[in-house]
Design a binder for this molecule. Structure first.
Ligand code: CAP
Ligand code: MG
Length: 430
């Protein structure tokens, strides 16, 4: 067998230690390359090896920092590698990812490589902050105790002026929604500048809170170059906001860690949008699973995270996969399950993240989503609110009514007999 830089990492009898980080991949070699050789390359390139034997290697490094490939399944192509935790700097997400999800994706010998999951040690988990508020914190903040949260994305995604945006936000809150958020691609346009949008939208928020007596949240999208994000987050704080919204893929792990620190000092929660995740997650033969990405975001500490609609809405995704992600970001401990492609993970007390179901949801789909995803969820509709035949305020009411009906175990058809906004929604989307 070809050994990577003359260091041998394969040991199928090896039992990983509690001080080792375990990574699971699905690895498909190019024609003519044995899977076991590929395992050597992956383990080496992610840690102490390189393509050839090197003179700078010493026995101490080779012994103490050596990874072990301890599981190889020639049928499913799944492999597991244990890496001594000292190989990675604690609390440094980009550093960890450069190691275990880095160069290996570009290696010639690889036909397909899927980073399925990683399991961090206690030392590593505890070095991250995790969510500051999490599910219970957000329930406390809003006094929404049992039902799912309902929210909307202001639509059109871009195009409205700041004043028009604030009016749509007001109608959404006044109609009964808890949350209004900017869309992922709405930043600071010359026709809708961030600062002006914030001032007007928070004013609308204050008015809606006064009139409804309910707590209303605004997820203000601060996604921008890092220093500008901090400036924008400061403005959100100054205007009495509770949340900043952050596009986790495009703005990245490093900046997210910085924003998380800023949010700790300023008592702000973080809403994570996952625009671009499909480039990494969608092709199951290549890339990184959404589960693994979601873990990085729980570790760093977002409070809410998009995970899809269990295949019910407009975005690609499957029920099983998304339920697994929901459990991973909510539970205290996760048990290994090879079918679900997940490893053991103890979250060592890090708070749970509130999952967001979004993408193509109309009020009619909410009972189905609640049935699958439960009540600890944010149900979010853009088109499903602003596409209502009688406008946003009625669309928001219909969206909330669908949740209230489901909480009371009443069918939407039945409920619509006494709730005309829902009846109109059923007429359009039914
Ligand atoms: C939904 C949305 C969200 C997607 C993201 C959109 O609008 O605002 O960004 O839900 O998908 O732009 O598509 P609609 P995911 O309600 O009008 O579909 O949560 O899967 O990342
Ligand atoms: Mg969007």
């Amino acid at each position: 067998m070809t050994i990577y830089g003359n260091l041998e990492f394969l040991d199928l009898k090896y039992k990983p230690k509690s001080t080792e980080v375990v990574v699971q991949y699905k690895a498909e070699p190019q024609k003519g390359i044995p899977l076991k050789s590929l395992c050597e390359y992956i383990a080496g390139e992610s840690s102490i090896g390189t393509w050839t034997k090197i003179n700078t290697m010493n026995p101490k490094i080779a012994k103490t920092l050596k990874p072990h490939v301890f599981y190889v399944n020639e049928k499913t192509l799944q492999i597991k590698i244990a890496y001594p935790e000292k190989l990675f700097e604690v609390g440094n997400m980009p550093g960890i990812m450069s190691s275990i999800a880095g160069n290996i994706f570009g290696m010639k010998e690889i036909k397909g490589l899927r980073f399925e999951d990683f399991s961090l040690t206690k030392t590593h988990v505890k070095a991250f902050r995790g969510p500051q508020f999490g599910i219970q914190g957000i329930r406390k903040m809003t006094k929404v105790n049992k039902r799912p949260f309902v929210g909307t994305i202001v639509k059109p995604k871009v195009g409205l002026t700041s004043a028009q945006h604030a009016k749509v936000a007001y109608d959404s809150w006044a109609g009964g929604l808890d949350i209004v958020k900017d869309d992922e691609n709405l930043t600071s346009m010359n026709f809708n500048q961030f600062d002006k949008r914030m001032k007007l939208t928070f004013k609308a928020r204050d008015k809606a809170e006064k009139e409804t007596g309910e707590k209303k949240l605004y997820f203000a999208n601060i996604t921008a170059p890092y220093n500008e994000m901090i400036r924008r987050a400061k403005l959100v704080k100054k205007l009495d906001g509770e949340f900043v919204m952050y596009d986790v893929l495009t703005a990245g792990w490093s900046a997210l860690q910085g924003i998380r620190d800023f949010c700790q000092d300023n008592k702000l929660a973080i809403h994570a949008h996952r625009a671009m995740h499909g480039a990494l997650t969608r092709n199951h033969e290549m890339g990184i699973s959404m589960l693994a990405l979601a873990k990085t975001y729980r570790l760093i500490g977002v409070d809410t995270l998009h995970i899809g609609t269990a295949g019910i809405g407009k975005m690609h995704g499957s029920k099983d996969e998304e339920l697994t992600i929901e459990q991973e970001i909510e539970f205290k401990r996760i048990k290994e399950n090879m079918n679900a492609k997940i490893l053991n993970q103890d979250w060592y007390g890090l708070k749970p993240v509130l999952a967001v179901a979004s993408g193509g949801l109309s009020p009619l789909l909410l009972p189905q989503v609640m049935k699958v995803m439960g009540n600890d969820i944010v149900l979010q509709g853009g088109g499903g609110v602003h596409g209502h035949p009688k406008g946003t305020i009625n669309g928001a009411a219909a969206f909330r009514q669908a949740v209230d009906a489901t909480m009371d175990d009443i069918s939407l058809n039945e409920y619509s007999k006494t709730h005309k906004e829902l009846a109109e929604a059923i007429h359009k989307w039914g």
